[in-house]
Design a protein around this ligand. Structure first.
Ligand code: ADP
Length: 163
């Protein structure tokens, strides 16, 4: 049986921290589906198709990784795609409470679905999409923290906003 995992999130935009988690999950599963949430309760910089497209471009060299948009409960999406596990990243302590409560709630909603956590390389421990959006909007060069396609998309987006 093919072992499929879902890696859900907002990915606004995908960063090298997310990619590091994907690479760590790589050997454990036959396929990893990045689930890009349509509605997240957060106002996003990129719309869902832009976020999904950047995920696709950034993982072009990872044949086991696929990208899909989803709406609603992540456990329903996981069921639909036949996922046996959910992948999440754990950064500094701040992620822990939130991730633990999400994992427990998801387990309650779908007893078959377990959450697997990966800790990123220390380089990415304090990296977030929010931080990337903030500093790039102010002109910072953070090439080593984001894929090239994301850097390009951010620069374009901020120059459009200035017009
Ligand atoms: P969400 O809106 O669900 O927080 P994100 O797209 O921000 O979605 O993150 C998706 C998952 O990736 C979460 O588990 C988050 O903790 C993890 N993640 C985000 N950035 C990093 C990073 N730099 N290192 C490791 N994990 C990360």
């Amino acid at each position: 049986m093919k072992r499929i995992a879902v890696y859900p999130g907002t990915f606004d935009p995908i960063t090298n921290g997310h990619i590091d988690i994907l690479r760590k999950a790589f050997d454990m599963f036959d396929e990893i589906i990045i689930g890009v949430a349509k509605v997240t309760g957060k106002k996003t910089l990129f719309n869902v198709s832009e976020r999904a497209e950047l995920c696709r471009k950034a993982t072009e060299d990872m044949p086991k990784v696929k990208v899909q948009e989803f709406d609603g409960l992540v456990v329903e999406f996981a069921k639909k795609i036949g996922a046996v596990a959910m992948v999440r990243g754990l950064r500094a302590i701040s992620d822990f409470e939130y991730e633990l409560s999400q994992a427990l709630m998801n387990k309650k909603l779908s007893n078959k679905l377990d959450t697997v956590f990966f800790v990123p390389d220390y380089k990415y421990l304090y990296l977030s999409s929010t931080m990337i959006r903030q500093v790039v909007s102010l002109g910072a060069d953070v090439k080593d923290l984001i894929p090239d396609c994301v850097e390009k998309a951010l620069i374009e987006k901020f120059s459009e906003e200035e017009k």
